[in-house]
Design a protein. Structure first.
Length: 282
């Protein structure tokens, strides 16, 4: 009996600290991707050096890093412009998407009538309508924000609507039995049930907001009105400054990864203490 009780005793903090570093999930999530990145960058540097590839075709990682440092003022200023448009568009998409999802969940008629038009936001190429928006809207920044918002909006609508619909039937019956109002049901049952879906939508939408901002900047940049990273990529291509182009692409990529990581952290912070989707993760 004593041996059974001892085996059922939780591991002590000292035993938990004795876990090998690379066996910890939080370390693995950082170490293994970083290891792959180092290997790929090393192969890239070796291939460029070994085959003497010209820098106007494929620059080496060292040259890209040097360009990122020497052109830091220009590139990070453009990054700030792109990031500002991305954040504004992401906030607009989040607010609009949640409000539309709330309207959809209140009435099947509303959802049936208007959801196909929400799907149009997903299937319509932004490059096809961005020139029109840029022409119609006088402010360049506002037009870019609208374009990026349209790209980022659908995942919020779809995921939040699905989450608000995905409630436990037993709990719904209990709320009806207690004659809960629509507002009480929405606030105390539907919203908590929808949060995992909502945060999943945020992770998708944050990246799409960045993509929408970059695509809109490409369209606006051809007319000389863009100053973001996409415009720097265009100018670098015209000037055959390929190292600067790669440096701008690197900044866009890192920004997208950081946005996704921020949304993942926000989901963990909001759901980690009570929902199984995050509580069971190491």
């Amino acid at each position: 009996m004593n041996s059974i009780a001892e085996s059922a005793t939780p591991a002590s903090p000292a035993a938990a600290r004795a876990t090998p570093l690379l066996s910890r999930p939080e370390v693995q999530r950082v170490f293994y991707p970083a290891l792959v990145a180092v290997v790929l960058i090393g192969l890239w540097q070796w291939a460029v050096t070994a085959f003497e590839i010209p820098k106007f075709l494929v620059p080496s990682p060292l040259l890209v890093a040097q360009t990122l440092f020497t052109d830091a003022g220009l590139l990070f200023g453009a990054l700030f412009t792109t990031l500002k448009i991305t954040v504004f568009a992401f906030l607009c998409a989040t607010v609009l998407g949640v409000l539309i999802a709330f309207a959809f969940v209140q009435s099947r008629v509303i959802e049936t009538a208007f959801f196909p038009y929400a799907v149009l936001l997903q299937v319509t190429p932004i490059v096809a309508i961005a020139p029109l928006i840029i022409i119609w809207v006088k402010s360049p920044t506002a037009s870019l924000v609208i374009c990026a918002t349209l790209v980022a909006l659908f995942p919020i609508i779809a995921n939040t609507t699905l989450g608000l619909r995905s409630v436990n039937p037993g709990l719904m019956s209990y709320f009806k039995l207690n004659r809960a109002s629509r507002l009480q049901t929405l606030w105390r049952l539907r919203i908590p049930s929808a949060l995992p879906y909502f945060f999943g939508g945020l992770r998708i939408s944050s990246g799409l907001a960045l993509i929408g901002a970059v695509v809109a900047e490409f369209v606006a940049g051809t007319g000389g009105t863009g100053t973001g990273l996409a415009y720097q990529i265009l100018q670098s291509g015209y000037q055959l400054n390929i190292p600067r182009m790669f440096a701008a692409l690197l900044l866009i990529t890192v920004t997208g990864v950081l946005l996704f990581a921020a949304m993942a952290w926000l989901s963990k912070w909001a759901l980690g203490s009570w929902h199984e989707s995050e509580a069971n993760h190491g």
